[in-house]
Write a protein that binds this ligand. Structure first.
Ligand SMILES: C[S@@+](CC[C@H](N)C(=O)[O-])C[C@H]1O[C@@H](n2cnc3c(N)ncnc32)[C@H](O)[C@@H]1O
Length: 357
């Protein structure tokens, strides 16, 4: 299936998209449409006319339509082609077109309508108790992070700000010898995480902790800390489309420059990293704000398919310097603003060398 994972916690750049036509006759559509291809075409037209936003698992009307279509018909995600010209029964058309209509009128993300989300081939239960899984860290875990790890796979991993538990589960599957702690402030998110952990039968290796950042973890230390914190800056928060407003605000809002929690995480992380430990932090489209907040910090960006400056990798050594000292007003003003689309171009600050191990 052509579903693309849109990773960052970012709204789709569609502020100027307006509903151009609002005349919908579902009965007529149910009567006239025949095949899955017909219904997907209809969904695309309907989504675009309704001015939907994407970016919570898919990034286009087509991918969104395919997701809902295949889910509604209980078809596997791949392959799509053999089913496109298959005719649907009346009941199937009614079900799918009803779902398409809910997507348009309720403006709920597809994952909240279907109750499931997919991330790098893993299925997760998904509802409004937690943000929809789409972290770029999942891609790094499967691909680029290996280059930065030492000869031994991490045996103690922390997923800080775990939400519904997707990264903790991905880490446990990626590192079968590891014990994984997963922490979050939200009791609701942790309940969802426990359901996901049970689905993967990982209860013996993944433990949940509730509290403010590192507070519930006392003095534990980790070889690897993964963290996709709330990092959307206030300006972007104010222009969130309805689909993103459906997600828990506490999972997105990162304060004035998006860095409120990141500052605390970077300050407290060294006490929870082993000597050779690494922190992999998602900052999405807030690279400009990150660089302005920590102008003297040496770090590496870990490139992923969505961009080169959205994941930050830090060693304990790099975090233990005085580079976390407050930036001067001058350095802060150098931040290039990143709008809701996250486009904040400029020279990437990429550390050429890997953290020493
Ligand atoms: C962007 S979501 C990430 C969820 C999940 N890791 C993912 O990638 O899908 C951020 C998470 O941080 C949690 N959070 C917010 N403030 C927190 C805090 N002070 N301490 C711990 N977790 C916090 C939210 O409840 C939310 O689940």
């Amino acid at each position: 299936m052509a579903r693309r994972e849109v990773p960052a916690d970012r709204p789709d750049p569609a502020p100027d998209r307006v509903a151009r036509r609002d005349v919908v006759d579902i009965g007529q559509a149910v009567a006239e449409l025949r095949t899955l291809r017909d219904c997907l075409r209809y969904a695309c037209s309907r989504f675009e006319a309704a001015g939907l936003s994407y970016g919570q698992g898919t990034d286009s009307a087509w991918d969104e339509a395919v997701w809902l279509g295949l889910w509604s018909l209980h078809l596997p995600p791949d392959p799509l082609e053999p089913f496109l010209d298959a005719r649907l029964t009346l009941a199937e058309r009614q079900g799918l077109l009803g779902l398409i209509e809910r997507r348009c009128t309720e403006r709920l993300p597809a994952a909240y309508l279907t109750g499931e989300a997919w991330l790098r081939g893993l299925r997760f239960r998904c509802d409004r108790r937690a943000i929809i899984p789409r972290s770029l860290i999942a891609e790094a875990l499967q691909e680029s992070l290996d280059d930065w790890l030492g000869p031994d796979a991490p045996d103690a991993v922390l997923d800080l700000c775990t939400g519904g538990g997707s990264l903790a589960i991905a880490a446990a599957l990626r590192f079968p010898q590891a014990r994984v702690d997963a922490a979050d402030l939200s009791a609701q998110a942790l309940t969802l995480a426990s359901e996901n952990i049970a689905d993967y039968a990982l209860g013996d290796r993944v433990s949940l902790h509730r509290g403010d950042l590192f507070e519930p973890l006392t003095s534990r230390r980790y070889a690897l800390i993964l963290c996709n914190p709330p990092y959307v800056n206030d300006g972007s928060m104010r222009s969130l489309p309805p689909e993103f407003l459906a997600e828990p605000r506490g999972a997105l809002a990162g304060g004035d420059d998006g860095m409120d929690l990141v500052r605390r995480i970077l300050t407290d992380a060294p006490a929870h990293l082993r000597e050779q430990g690494l922190l992999l932090l998602e900052i999405g489209h807030e690279a400009a704000h990150f660089e302005a907040a920590f102008p003297h910090l040496e770090f590496a960006y870990l490139p992923v398919s969505a961009g080169d400056r959205q994941l930050v990798l830090l060693s304990r050594e790099q975090l233990s310097t005085d580079a976390l000292a407050k930036p001067t007003p001058r350095s802060r003003s150098k931040a290039r603003s990143s709008d809701a689309t996250g486009r904040a171009d400029g020279p990437a600050r990429v550390s050429a060398r890997k953290p020493r191990r």
